[in-house]
Every structure is written in C-alpha cells, then in structure tokens.
Design a protein around this ligand. Structure first.
Ligand code: HEC
Length: 117
C-alpha cells in the first residue's frame, strides 16, 4: 500500500484558510450605498474622499484610525451624537448628527466604508 504524505496538502489548506481570514475586514462594505447615504446627508459638503474641505478627507480619517480596534464605535458615536466638531477657522459647532436619519446598519456601513479608504 502506498502511503502518501499528507503534510504538504494540510499545510497549503492551512495557508489558504489563514489568507481567507486575513482579507480586508471591510470586504463586505456596500460602497454605493455608503456614497449614496453620504450624498443624501450632505457629508460631501465638508468632506472629500481624498480632499480636505472644512472637515478632514475621509482617507485621512481612515489613516488616523487604522489599526485602532475602537475606531468603528468611536466614529459611529461621532456621527450620531452631535458632538462638537472643530472647524479649520477654530470655531466649534455640533457635528452633523445622523441619529434617526438612517438605519443603524446603513450608518455602520458608511463608517466601515470610510475606514476602508
Ligand atoms: C458642516 C460641515 C460638516 C458636515 C456637513 C459633515 N462633517 Fe464630518 N467633520 C466636520 C469637521 C469640521 C470635522 C473635524 C472634527 C474635529 O476634528 O473636531 C469632521 C470630522 C468627521 C469625522 C472624523 C472624526 C474623528 O474623530 O476624527 C468623520 C468620520 C466625519 N466627520 C463624518 C461625517 C459624515 C458621515 C457626515 C455626513 C453625515 C459628515 N461628517 C458631515 C465637518 C462636517
């Protein structure tokens, strides 16, 4: 009877699984839905994806929070609590508040989209 050495097969299966689990955590973001929600709520008046306006570009926000485990919760709070936002000219006003304006799922999707940039 021929005994096959299964080690290489098992190793490549393990590698494939590791790869599957390391894919971008935001792979299931609905990009079109996120952009549409941002447009409806005039987020782009103050934010560009890549360009700073009165608010920081969302790419910058993603860079700032990269690798921080509480990023999602923090940013969801930021856009649903009306907390103070500091503008470039130094004045502060309540940040746009999405509480009650969209479902928790679509708000989370928008934040995941921002963090994926
Ligand atoms: C009237 C202008 C304005 C509008 C409209 C606006 N933002 Fe902002 N946003 C700001 C400013 C200014 C900051 C910077 C706040 C700070 O650093 O204190 C900011 C910061 C942020 C941040 C980063 C917060 C952080 O902790 O770094 C996120 C995320 C964000 N906004 C998302 C949104 C979303 C989503 C919308 C649409 C629902 C939106 N903003 C609409 C002005 C605006």
């Amino acid at each position: 009877m021929i005994r096959k050495n299964l080690t290489p097969i098992l190793l490549s299966a393990a590698a494939a699984m590791a790869l599957a689990f390391s894919v971008n955590a935001f792979a299931d973001v609905d990009v079109d839905g996120a952009k549409a929600l941002a447009r409806e709520n005039s987020c782009f008046k103050c934010h560009g994806l890549e360009k700073d306006k009165d608010g920081p570009s969302w790419k910058k926000v993603a860079d700032k929070y990269r690798g921080k485990p509480d990023a999602e919760a923090k940013l969801i709070h930021h856009i649903t609590s009306g907390e103070k936002a500091k503008f470039p000219d130094g004045h502060e006003e309540e940040h746009k508040n999405m509480q009650g304006k969209a479902s928790p799922e679509s708000i989370k999707n928008l934040i995941d989209f921002i963090l994926s940039l």
